[in-house]
Unconditional design. Structure first.
Length: 429
């Protein structure tokens, strides 16, 4: 992490404060993952009610992310992060005082706003504060808050619930969110340019200009960004992998239980978290040197192999290995895709761009459970993961053949042998 010592004092301080805030955010959110379903049951909810309450999170996430992306561009990244921190702090207090299932669903929708706001605003703010040439490395390091928080939060939350009950648990989650809010408040946001600019696309072999596009920050509507060639393929890839990840999150624990193996599903997630943490340290810096395409390709291969191994798993070793490979894929894909779309976007549009592209992943996760769950009995869990294998390799094929302006440039970029012709190297921050 020597890169931080090379930064100017103000950006370095801002990034370190954001890192601390991120740890508080993810720990607060994750502390309720193993305990909130139990709480819903303890207040009289059925298994169906548990699914409805937990699934309501996606409603807030999907509905508010576009608006929050626009707010991030037009008003303030910091404001959007503060909204996320406020939501992650206040939602646990709602759980504490509410026992009705419909009201719990409503609070869960509000809780979903937290991750929509935080991930959109924080990602854009980190990119704004990062030097272009070290962007991948800094994004990789800053994204470590997720595996650390997701690894520690459930352990502490589960222990608190078991030893002291729900009230201390919800107050603990509230306190973490409040600390994150105060940390974010200390961040000094850089000023964004809102001027009319001209984008020059470069040929990936000799660096010569091949095309020019005039861009006005006020002219790009949110959904018009989706049809842009620089963004539609990353968004589609994240949608497909979001479906894969959603099927994994929904069914892997049930699948492990059905096999009757002496294996705790928690070990699968621990293996994935450990792998995700380690790979983020390496790939960010390497992508600044070798390009984002090579590592996105590798991450999609990891997803495909992991799902294939799950579909064939017959022993604890198979599940552990699948977890390690999936963690490597997840820990590479999201940070590298964020770096890719950062390279392809200007500061004035990054909030909307991140909301759109990451929203593809959100949508995939949201539809995976209901869609695959409808056919779970006919498909079996092995069949679900076999389909997930196909979706992973479909995402791989789409990326390596359509990520650039034609097949030749796409193959070169996906294998680390060519530049990204959509990268806006003359970006004005």
């Amino acid at each position: 992490m020597k890169i931080f010592s090379t930064l100017e004092p103000q950006p370095r301080r801002n990034l370190l404060v954001l890192f601390a805030a991120g740890l508080f955010f993810w720990s607060s959110l994750a502390s309720l993952l193993p305990t909130l379903p139990l709480y819903v049951e303890d207040v009289g909810g059925t298994t169906q009610h548990v699914g409805l309450v937990m699934g309501s999170f996606a409603v807030g996430l999907l509905l508010f992310r576009p608006w929050l992306g626009k707010l991030s561009d037009q008003r303030s990244r910091k404001l959007v992060v503060l909204i996320g921190m406020a939501a992650v702090a206040l939602a646990p207090l709602g759980y504490l005082f509410v026992k009705s299932i419909p009201l719990l669903m409503l609070i869960r929708v509000f809780h979903g706003i937290s991750i929509a706001a935080y991930t959109t605003g924080n990602t854009a703010l980190v990119v704004d504060l990062s030097p272009v040439r070290q962007r991948g490395e800094i994004i990789g390091y800053m994204s470590l808050t997720n595996p650390i928080g997701v690894a520690t939060g459930p352990a502490i939350g589960g222990l608190l619930q078991a030893q002291a009950g729900y009230t201390p648990l919800f107050l603990f989650s509230f306190g973490l969110g409040l600390l994150g809010f105060f940390c974010t408040f200390l961040v000094k946001e850089p000023r964004l340019s809102q001027e009319f600019v001209e984008v020059t696309l470069l040929d990936d072999q000799n660096g010569h200009p091949t095309d020019k596009v005039s861009v006005n920050p006020k002219s790009d509507k949110f959904w018009q960004l989706l049809i842009s060639p620089r963004l539609r393929i990353p968004t589609l890839v994240l949608l497909l992998i979001g479906i894969v990840f959603g099927s994994l999150a929904t069914f892997v624990a049930l699948y492990i239980r059905e096999t009757k193996l002496d294996f705790n599903a928690g070990w699968f997630y621990s293996a994935a978290a450990m792998s995700s943490f380690c790979i983020r340290i390496i790939t960010g810096r390497a992508s600044d040197r070798y390009g984002r395409g090579l590592f996105i390709t590798g991450s999609l291969i990891c997803y495909g192999l992991s799902m294939l191994l799950l579909s064939l798993a017959q022993s604890p070793v198979h599940f552990l290995l699948a977890g390690l490979i999936e963690g490597a894929g997840a820990g590479t894909l999201i940070p590298m895709t964020i770096a890719l779309i950062s390279d392809r976007s200007y500061s004035y549009e990054r909030g909307r761009v991140f909301a759109l592209c990451i929203g593809g992943f959100d949508l995939g996760m949201a539809i995976a459970g209901p869609v695959f769950g409808t056919f779970a009995e006919q498909l079996s869990y092995q069949g679900i993961f076999a389909l997930s294998t196909g979706l992973s390799f479909l995402a791989l094929i789409v990326f390596i053949t359509y990520n650039s302006k034609d097949l030749h440039h796409s193959l070169r970029f996906a294998t680390g042998r060519g530049q990204d012709v959509y990268a806006l190297d003359n970006m004005k921050s």
